[in-house]
Design a protein around this ligand. Structure first.
Ligand code: 9MR
Length: 627
């Protein structure tokens, strides 16, 4: 769980704040005007922004909040910043435009002049006060006759969609304080004849506060969903419990009966988060009952049981030698991308154990991204990366930095800066981040994903402001900071033949012709188990090696495709490992994640360990190839 909520910044006022606050009267879903003390609302972006300073330095985190052992965990010194993506994207102007257009999905081969799409007549955007009950009857019609079906895309919390058994259904919802703002609700009508012929009709619901706030009913708070987790007996477990109150206040959480030695502590930075820490001493289901209590009416409560599955230590071990020992004999490194703040997850201890046993190189999956680490001018969040570096040092792992310059995850302040100042912000960023981790991070994805599918350079704020020269400038700045670091361009969809790989090779030629420092190419390799371009991969590796560059497989994962089996997945991993081992310039293989429990493609189970940290056939395939 990565909680976010609005706070006043220390030095600079964020451009957009999302309000999920008790004081809803002073705070709606658009921008907040809440003043922040000691901030500069209008920083001058034509000059360098402030470099990291003492007040950016992380502070020690109390052990009650994490599972780490043997490495130091720090946390940010100040309040957490709002992430731009959370900003509400719908405004009154959108609402006033009327009902949004429906989206029609026409299956291949369907003749729309013969079969016309179903539709909803008489729908309009709705204005409602918090506490009022909204009812909307949905009755899809089909111009060709017949009775269309329908289903809602996602019901808001507390909403229902009930069949009236006359071809219509009623959406019923009582929005509360937390819903204030403009909400989108979508219902899809399904053609009576062809189930794939569908029309999705959004509708906007503007929820406002009534003059009399006491007219809004107070509802019982709830506990945010906790996913199932597997842990190891005698390991510390931490579970972040988050209370949710649709009335917009922050509930408190208490334990009914804490096990011996267990603690339940409110997080000092996030009022709505309570951290339960305990050590299960036997296998089976370990459970703790908790009460979530309303902060306005203390008699309003919800009781919940929080559980984890506890396995024995042996259950997490497997046959054969760990991958890092085998890889060292073959002169390559083997690693993974680390889930941000894994030591705050229930299974953080077994996560750390498996990672340290198997891998000798690690990439932070998200904590170095520019909008996270430098979300505002002069403001930096280092704790997550510092903690990973400490973990890596404890376990003798190389840290692979990712990414310095990317077209995504660029903070709003850079997007909004004049084009002419972006080079300055780019080089400032590279210099500051690489300098901080000079002794800790030795490999860098300096430029991430610069190519478009067609082989041209991808459009980005960087390309827009500097043209192609941004790539050379970024690489040269990186080299200026660190003469020894390995500098990479990291790219996806280059493990097959085609214009994208060719375009990348032409870029490399141009860079090399200008003597721009570049040590290697990162092949991301987010694949599906149907992947079969092994010859092309071998050739692409050879082409990169011919240019004197190293090859790093940086983000490997193999998603299960259709009916493919775990053996099919293993076969893809095996062949890729073999190709790397046959190519002397292939220096490392890293999977994009450790366990299927935490993967950006978790629904496709793409990694070497399953959700309970059991080695999968793909793991044994990698082990065998390394032997
Ligand atoms: O796995 C990452 C996911 O958690 C993030 O939400 C996402 C956006 O920052 O980035 C994912 O990682 C990407 C990586 O940084 C670059 N190559 C593609 C990866 C998967 O999208």
């Amino acid at each position: 769980m990565e909680p976010f909520y609005s706070v006043a910044a220390r030095r600079i006022l964020p451009a957009t704040l999302i309000c999920i606050s008790v004081a809803l009267t002073a705070c709606n879903s658009s921008n907040s005007s809440e003043p922040a003390t000691g901030t500069d609302p209008d920083p001058d972006l034509s000059v360098s922004t402030p470099a990291p300073a003492a007040d950016d330095e992380p502070i020690l985190e109390d052990a009650l909040f994490n599972t780490a052992s043997g490495f130091v965990v720090t946390r940010e010194p100040g309040p957490r910043l709002v992430v731009a993506e959370e900003a509400a994207d719908l405004t009154d102007a959108d609402f006033d435009l009327g009902l949004p257009a429906a989206v029609v999905q026409v299956p291949d081969g369907l003749d729309t002049s013969v079969n016309q799409a179903p539709f909803f007549a008489n729908l309009q955007n709705q204005d409602v006060l918090a506490g009022e009950i909204l009812e909307i009857v949905y009755r899809p019609e089909d111009p060709d006759g017949g009775l269309p079906g329908m289903f809602p895309e996602k019901l808001p919390q507390g909403g229902s969609f009930v069949d009236n058994f006359d071809g219509s259904k009623t959406f019923r919802w009582q929005p509360l304080q937390a819903d204030v703002g403009i909400n989108r609700f979508t219902v899809t009508a399904v053609d009576a004849e062809n189930g794939q012929y569908r029309v999705s009709q959004p509708l906007l619901i503007r929820v406002s506060l009534p003059a009399d706030l006491t007219s809004i009913p107070n509802v019982a708070p709830e506990l945010d969903t906790i996913e199932p987790h597997y842990v190891r007996v005698n390991d510390p477990v931490v579970i972040e419990l988050k209370g949710i109150d649709l009335n917009g206040s922050i509930p408190s959480i208490e334990a009914v009966d804490l096990p011996v030695g267990a603690t339940l502590t409110q997080d000092p930075r996030f009022e709505e988060i309570y951290v339960l820490k305990f050590v299960p001493v036997e296998t089976g289901l370990a459970s703790v009952d908790v009460i979530v209590r309303d902060s306005v009416d203390s008699s309003l409560t919800t009781e919940e049981t929080v559980s984890v599955s506890v396995l024995s230590a042996d259950d997490f071990e497997h046959t054969g030698q760990p991958l890092r020992e085998l890889a060292a004999n073959r002169n390559i490194q083997i690693g993974f991308a680390a889930l941000q703040s894994f030591y705050h997850r229930p299974d953080g201890a077994i996560y750390a154990h498996v990672a340290a046993r198997e891998y000798d190189i690690v990439t932070p999956e998200n904590s170095l991204k520019m909008d996270y680490i430098n979300p505002e001018p002069g403001r930096y969040q280092f704790a997550a990366t510092d903690n990973l570096v400490a973990f890596a040092r404890q376990n003798d792992m190389t840290v692979h930095g990712h990414p310095l310059i990317w077209y995504r995850q660029v903070p709003d302040w850079v997007l909004n800066a004049e084009a002419g100042s972006r080079e300055l912000h780019m080089t400032d960023f590279i210099t500051r981040i690489m300098s901080r981790y000079q002794n800790d991070i030795s490999i860098w994805d300096v430029v991430n994903e610069p190519m478009d599918d067609n082989g041209e350079l991808r459009d980005s704020v960087w390309l827009e402001s500097m043209g192609e020269s941004y790539i050379a400038t970024a690489l040269q700045s990186a080299r200026d900071v660190s003469p020894q670091a390995t500098l990479l361009i990291n790219e996806f969809d280059i493990s097959m033949a085609g214009p994208k790989f060719d375009g990348l090779m032409s870029l490399v030629d141009r860079l090399q012709a200008q003597s721009v420092p570049l040590d290697g190419i990162g092949f991301q390799m987010h694949l599906f188990s149907s992947y079969d371009q092994f010859d092309a991969l071998r050739q692409n590796f050879a082409a990169v090696a011919d240019k004197g560059l190293d090859i790093y497989i940086t983000e490997l994962d193999v998603s299960l495709d259709g009916d493919d089996s775990l053996e099919d997945q293993a076969s893809a991993y095996r062949q890729i490992m073999e190709i790397c081992l046959q190519q002397p310039n292939c220096k490392a293989v890293q999977t994009w994640g450790l366990t299927d429990q935490y993967s950006f493609r978790t629904i496709y189970d793409p990694l070497l360990f399953d959700r309970s940290y059991q080695a999968k056939p793909a793991y044994f395939a990698v082990q065998e190839t390394l032997q």
